[in-house]
Unconditional design. Structure first.
Length: 80
């Protein structure tokens, strides 16, 4: 079944990711906000129709902010 405005899903994540998702929600105008309820430190109840958008934004954020060990070490990393 396609998601509708009355459906929601439970999102479980760590605290930093939750803060990022809250930040995304805070940037929306009132009728476009997607957090139904902030349940606890690691859970949010989210409107179902924004599931793909949240997934895409989280992937973009992680791509921009998560670095591998090699990227952090930089030019002085010796692989020999």
């Amino acid at each position: 079944l396609p998601p509708n405005k009355s459906s929601g899903f439970l999102l479980t994540c760590d605290a930093p990711m939750k803060q990022f998702i809250i930040h995304l929600n805070d940037q929306k105008i009132v009728d476009k906000k997607f957090i139904i309820e902030d349940l606890d430190a690691t859970h949010l109840l989210i409107r179902g129709e924004v599931r793909d958008e949240i997934h895409r934004k989280v992937e973009e954020w992680m791509d921009a902010n998560v670095y591998s060990t090699i990227e952090r070490v930089g030019d002085n990393f010796d692989t020999s």
